[in-house]
Structures are given as structure tokens and as C-alpha cells.
Design a protein around this ligand. Structure first.
Ligand code: BG6
Length: 489
């Protein structure tokens, strides 16, 4: 089966932080794949911008190296990479001075009518200065957009400030706040599953759903990001954005269409309906953890503090939360969230557990009747699994057993699973904001996260140690078992 490719208008993508880690690992490979899929029309350029003094050719070499490193075997061919690097340019610019801005302007002037996107793959501290220089150098055309990456603030106050700073230069319709989880295939599939099937929606509420679990488990540790991560922690790094976005897509009312405002309005209502967790209940509804030395698939690994190299830190590398949504649809249905580094495996999934049947007609020899579960696997092996009870095949009495309708997208469809950035980078060009966070969503997410952060600080809620390579601290098991439920394994 092949997917339909609709070419986009010619564009100039200016990537600030063009020689950085994100550009190398994600942005350049993603753009390369879209080129090879035949989605670009000419003339289309990608312009790396950063402080270093590189020539266009140096940048092309840098990009070719990055592709060699990050494309899968078989995806890298000299011809394809040469086609790609031919559209690369480089400008050395300094966010803090006038250096390079005239050169950037001259380069961009060659494509005044093209769609123009500025991707800020840089720290949030320079979002403001870059935006202002873009404006002052008159680089904003009627076809211009700006893309920003998280972290959008480290609390509500700093997020408001950052949004104000960017908002002084760009209108909301020009601002694309990336949450790469929204670009993941299975996350979009969640909307298809809910709203392109008549089957689930009538059951999608507190009358039929017992609880929801959202797990984003990583096996990696700090990965040379100590400077950022130790100041952030799992709640800011993963929950405020990715996990709350997943929760919104599970919990939102059906939007009237896939239009950006319709979807974002519904997500916002969910965020606003989340029940507050603060100093009065944080110890009951949240668990913080930090990994100690242990093992990963690749052998022995150091603990978080050892990775920090002698650092003392109270930062959580794991968090579990029992969240509740105070509205008619979800009253009394807990949403258990958990995420962490150095866990037993890399698994992200959403598990919807339905309520038990109201009455059993079978006698005890039939065995236990498990609740139906719908499992949406984000990674690895994206797919959907629905558990059902059936009669155990064969003669003999009526014995029941649980089976799964299990669909792995990789096995079912012969298409490459695109990286989230491929979809999102081109949605910017297509001017489709559905999978991007609107300003009020980011702020509403912080409004819920802030009291948790404050509670942890005020009450000194400790981080519970867990051994690297396990499923997190025992307190997180207690968090869910207290309610008579267990984490999905
Ligand atoms: C990022 C976080 O946003 O998402 C990282 O900053 C995390 O800490 C990453 O590792 C996880 O993304 P993915 O796509 O690998 O699940």
C-alpha cells in the first residue's frame, strides 16, 4: 500500500540552531525524507543559521554527515543526499548582535514569494532576541511562520512571558509550538480510532470506562543533557507537554472538525477541567522517583547522581500521577500517568480499561472474566490491541479465556513509519496548526503543573530511589494498587 503524497508550495526553511543536535538528529533527516517522498516543489531551500563561521559547503558537508549518522541503512544514497545538500545554505548569525542579519536578508530576498518558516531550534532564552531581529530586519512576509520547540517556560509565569515576547512579533496564526508527540502516527491514529469508528465513542465515558493509563517509559538515561534535564525533571520535561497532550486526545469531546481551532478548543477544555493537585493531596496523587545504578539492555549503568558527576540533586527522573478530570464524561475515572528514564524498556502506550460486565451468567469453572482493554501502542511497534473474552476452543465445559485482536501497523501496512517531525515540519508549510499547541493550551497545562511543583517544594516530597532497568519506585505501584488496580505490563 502506498500513501498519497501531495506536494507543498516552494519554501525557505531557516533553521536557527542549524548545526545543533535537533537539526542533526531530527530536522535534516525529516526534511530529507520528505524530499525523497517527492513532496517538495522547486525552488525550495533549507537555510542553516547559527553562530559558527561556516560556508555553504561546510554546512552541506555537515548535513551529509548527519544523514549518514541518522538515516537507516539503505536510506542513504550518494545521489539522494547530493540532491538534498544542493538545497542547503548557511548563514552565520548572532542572536545578540547585528552580525549576519543582512546576509540572511539578502539570501531570503531571493525567495520573497515563497513560504518562509523560521525554526527556532535554540534555547528559549534567545526566542525573544531572534524574533525581534527577524522583525527589525523586515524578514516577515505575509507567508511567514515561526516554529518553537519546548521548553516553553519552566512554570506559568515564564511561559506567559515567553508567549508575550513571541506574541509581540508574530500573530498566533503564525506561531507553531511543536510537541513532537502530536506528530507521531499512533497519536494521530487515536483520533481516527475515536472519531472514524462508531464503535468506541458511545462507550467512551465514565459509565463504561474504569480507568485510563498513559505510560511513556524510556530506557535511556541523561544522554548528555544534564544541564537542561537537572533543572527540568520529568514533570516539566514530559508531563506538562507530551503526556498532557495524550491525555487531552483521549479525553476531549469530539471536535466539530479537524480544523485547528476546533481541536484545540476541545483540548483546552480538558486541561481546564483537570482537578488541582496541590500541597493538600500531592503525596497521595503523585510519586517522584530518581534512578540508581542498575542495568539496561546494554549492561550495567550508572545512577542519576553518578551521571551528574558528583552532583547532589533532588530532580525527579520518574513521575507517576493519578489525575482526574472534573466533568460529566470523566467523573470518577482516574487517568494514571507515568513516565521515567532508565526504565525496564522503551514503551509508550495508552491503555483504556473498560468496566467489568455487570453480571456473569457463567459458573466459577468458566474462570475469571477480565475487563476489556484497548491498548494503543505508540512505540515501539505501533499498533492497536483490543482484548476480548472468548470461549476456550475445544470440547469440554464452558471455559473462558482472554484473547487479543492485535494489529501491528508495521506488519499490516507496507509503509515506512515516518518520524513525527516529517509530518509537523510540513504542516508548518501547509499552514495547518491542528497538531501544534495554541498559546492558551500551553498556559493551561502550566496552570495544572505549577501547583504540583509548588507542593513538592513546600512539602519537601522526596524522590524515591529506583534501580535502573526496573519499572520505577515501589511507591508508584502503591499509587495504583491502593485503588485496586495494577499497571499494565
Ligand atoms: C523529549 C524529552 O521531549 O522527548 C526527552 O525532552 C525525551 O527527555 C523525548 O527523551 C522522548 O521522545 P520520543 O519521541 O523518543 O519518545
Amino acid at each position: 500500500m502506498s500513501s498519497q503524497i501531495i506536494p507543498v508550495e516552494p519554501f525557505d526553511y531557516v533553521v536557527f540552531g542549524g548545526t545543533g543536535d535537533l537539526a542533526e538528529r531530527k530536522l535534516l533527516p525529516a526534511l530529507f525524507h520528505r524530499q525523497e517522498a517527492g513532496q517538495f516543489t522547486e525552488p525550495t531551500r533549507i537555510i542553516g543559521a547559527s553562530r559558527g563561521d561556516l560556508s555553504h559547503d561546510d554546512y552541506r558537508k555537515f548535513a551529509a554527515e548527519a544523514l549518514k549518522k541518522f538515516l537507516k541503512p539503505g536510506e542513504y544514497t550518494e545521489e539522494a543526499v547530493a540532491r538534498f545538500t544542493a538545497r542547503l545554505f548557511y548563514v552565520s548569525v548572532d542572536a545578540g548582535s547585528e552580525k549576519g542579519w543582512d546576509s540572511l536578508r539578502k539570501l531570503l530576498d531571493e525567495g520573497k514569494d515563497r513560504v518562509r518558516a523560521f525554526y527556532l531550534a535554540v534555547g528559549p532564552a534567545i526566542f525573544g532576541p531572534i524574533s525581534e531581529r527577524i522583525r527589525d530586519h523586515k524578514l516577515i512576509t505575509k507567508n511567514t511562520r515561526i516554529v518553537v520547540e519546548k521548553p516553553i517556560g519552566r512554570d506559568l509565569a515564564s511561559a506567559l512571558e515567553l508567549n508575550d515576547t513571541i506574541g509581540k512579533v508574530f500573530r498566533e496564526e503564525q506561531i507553531y509550538r511543536i510537541d513532537h508527540y502530536l506528530g507521531k502516527e499512533t497519536v494521530q491514529n487515536l483520533m481516527a480510532l475515536r472519531f472514524a469508528n462508531a464503535l468506541y465513542e458511545p462507550l467512551w465515558n465514565s459509565a463504561h470506562i474504569d480507568h485510563v493509563q498513559i505510560t511513556v517509559a524510556e530506557s535511556v538515561g541523561l544522554e548528555n543533557r544534564a544541564g537542561y534535564y537537572d533543572k527540568a525533571g520529568a514533570l516539566r520535561d514530559m508531563v506538562q507537554n507530551h503526556m498532557l497532550q495524550l491525555l487531552c486526545l483521549v479525553a476531549m469531546e469530539a471536535p466539530s472538525s479537524m480544523a485547528a481551532e476546533a481541536v484545540r478548543d476541545e483540548k483546552l477544555k480538558v486541561l481546564r477541567a483537570l482537578k488541582t493537585i496541590d500541597a493538600s493531596n500531592a503525596d497521595k496523587f503523585t510519586v517522584r522517583g530518581q534512578y540508581r545504578a542498575g542495568a539496561s539492555e546494554k549492561g550495567a549503568v550508572r545512577g542519576y547522581l553518578e551521571e551528574l558527576e558528583g552532583g547532589v540533586s533532588n530532580t525527579e527522573t520518574y513521575v507517576a500521577i493519578k489525575a482526574e478530570i472534573g466533568n460529566w464524561r470523566w467523573a470518577g475515572v482516574p487517568f494514571y500517568l507515568r513516565t521515567g528514564k532508565r526504565l525496564a524498556a522503551r514503551v509508550s502506550e495508552i491503555v483504556i480499561t473498560f468496566k467489568p460486565i455487570p453480571h456473569s451468567i457463567f459458573d466459577s469453572s468458566a474462570g475469571r472474566i477480565s475487563e476489556n482493554q484497548l491498548i494503543i501502542r505508540l512505540q515501539p511497534d505501533e499498533g492497536v490491541k483490543q482484548s476480548l473474552m472468548i470461549k476456550d476452543p475445544g470440547p469440554g465445559g464452558m471455559r473462558l479465556r482472554e484473547v487479543s485482536l492485535d494489529m501491528s501497523f508495521a506488519q499490516a501496512f507496507d509503509v515506512r513509519n515516518p518520524d513525527a517531525y516529517e509530518r509537523l515540519l510540513l504542516d508548518v508549510i501547509r499552514s495547518n496548526q491542528t497538531l501544534f499547541m495554541r498559546r492558551d493550551e500551553v498556559e493551561a497545562a502550566w496552570r495544572w503543573v505549577d501547583p504540583i511543583l509548588k507542593a513538592w517544594e513546600e512539602t519537601g516530597q522526596p524522590v524515591q530511589g529506583y534501580t535502573a532497568g526496573t519499572w520505577g519506585p515501589s511507591h508508584s505501584i502503591a499509587l495504583i494498587e491502593r485503588d485496586g488496580r495494577t499497571w499494565h505490563e
